[in-house]
Design a binder for this molecule. Structure first.
Ligand SMILES: Nc1ncnc2c1ncn2[C@@H]1O[C@H](COP(=O)(O)OP(=O)(O)OP(=O)(O)O)[C@@H](O)[C@H]1O
Ligand SMILES: [Mg+2]
Length: 408
């Protein structure tokens, strides 16, 4: 198992696998000490379609991170894509057991266990239980009931369930790459840890992660995740549009997108041109930079419009007070926030982790996994003992040793 103050976040994406290692300092801050990246060819739309290639990419990203850290990284926490999960709200109720009726961590553990009791279809398993609020003798809105006095303890919780088969494929790839799985974290929850402020979560915001093959949408309000959706579109579609319309190979199209792409044609001068390298004997061609921008704009608008439609379908006809927060690789595209402001008719910003070495929206999920795990530990260690987060075998021991290390 990994040294107890290190956490490895593993984001297995459609375009890249990214492994980021964080060291938790004594004061609770995080230092990023290792980063590994490998192109990912075994996934389509966020789902594994080629086990061998995925195993290879995971092993490669982990090796790179290990080289940087200078020690082996035998275990990691994985990000889980929202299309594989369902969110279910459930309540748990228990009687407070102590003679003095003071609520203990054990009571909280029992009430969260009670909330886990739901009729699950045979193809699903629980991957996380998130308490939204506790209710003590009918008084609601309580975030931490420990030490309060009461007779009846209730919890209003969100249960995250995952599809067993697709999770098994993911676990299998990670294990075959020689990495022990310590737990899983929903990508959107990981992203939110690093890119959303407390106010944004409280007031309400749409968090949109536009990656290579998917766009993950999450709604946060009243401090909690409210809903998620995943669209099977992303930056790869922009690349294939460029390839088709400018008649270039995909590799050239990707290069053009990264080197010259903008999502707002008004950012480009009318007379600016881009030289396309020659293909199969044909001479190099000059293409107006505006043409490239128009192709990108059309696809980006399409993706954002699909996201907006999905949110309307969820019941969010209007944008939320804290606007839209964008992350994921495509959010690096200049002009994206402006287009999002037009589509959603509210403020929009691009967000990324704020650490040297991973200051880019492509690292939001991997860094967010580290934050999510650390946050849950630091805030309430009991939440782990209650299975609040992703308790897979091995994890409990790790937490125990961590706390023993910290208080030695
Ligand atoms: N500077 C940039 N400008 C525009 N697009 C970019 C830039 N950098 C990366 N991208 C695009 O972002 C996408 C990859 O983003 P990201 O790394 O977040 O995806 P992923 O997590 O691997 O995929 P997914 O989340 O869909 O499974 C690719 O389509 C890539 O071309
Ligand atoms: Mg991603």
């Amino acid at each position: 198992m990994l040294k107890s103050n290190l956490i490895c976040g593993l984001d297995i994406g459609t375009s890249h696998v990214r492994a980021v290692v964080g060291e938790i300092n004594v004061d609770g801050t995080i230092s990023i000490i290792g980063v590994g990246t490998s192109p990912s060819e075994g996934l389509k739309k966020g789902v594994i379609v080629d086990l061998d290639r995925t195993v290879e990419a995971i092993a490669h990203a982990m090796e790179e991170a290990e080289r940087m850290v200078g020690t082996s990284i035998p275990s990691a926490f994985l990000g889980i894509i929202g299309s594989q999960v369902s969110l279910i709200n459930n309540r748990g109720v228990v009687a407070v057991t102590g003679a003095d009726k003071e609520i203990t961590e054990e009571d909280v553990e029992r009430v969260l266990q009670a909330a886990r009791v739901i009729a699950l279809p045979p193809d699903r398993e629980i991957i996380d239980v998130i308490p939204r609020e506790f209710i003590v003798d009918g008084y609601d809105g309580i975030r931490d009931p420990v030490s309060m006095v009461g007779v009846r303890l209730e919890v209003d919780a969100m249960i995250i369930t995952g599809m067993i088969t697709s999770l098994r494929n993911l676990y299998r790839c990670v294990e075959r790459a020689g990495v022990e799985i310590e737990g899983v974290v929903l990508n959107s929850l990981a992203n939110a840890e690093v890119v959303l402020s407390r106010d944004e979560k409280e007031l309400g915001t749409f968090l949109i992660d536009i990656g290579g093959g998917t766009t993950e949408i999450a709604v946060f309000q009243d401090g909690h995740l409210q809903n998620i959706a995943v669209l099977p579109v992303g930056g790869d579609h922009i690349t294939s549009d460029i390839a088709k319309l400018l008649r270039t190979p995909l590799q050239t199209a990707e290069r053009l997108k990264l080197d010259y792409g903008v999502a707002l044609p008004s950012l480009v001068n009318n007379d600016e041109t881009i030289e396309l390298p020659h293909i199969s004997g044909k001479d190099p061609r000059q293409v107006p930079a505006k043409e490239l921008a128009l192709i990108i704009e059309a696809r980006v608008l399409d993706i954002l419009q699909m996201a907006s439609d999905e949110l309307i379908h969820m019941g969010y006809e209007e944008s939320l007070p804290a606007g839209v927060v964008l992350t994921g690789g495509v959010s690096l595209m200049r002009g994206l926030a402006e287009l999002a402001e037009q589509v959603f008719n509210c403020s929009a910003r691009v967000a990324q982790p704020n650490y040297v070495g991973v200051k880019s929206p492509i690292y939001s999920t991997a860094v967010g996994i580290i934050h999510y795990v650390q946050h849950s530990l630091r805030v309430v260690d009991r939440e782990y003992r209650t299975g609040r987060a992703i308790a897979l075998p091995g994890f409990l021991q790790r937490i125990k040793s961590w706390f023993m290390d910290m208080f030695e």
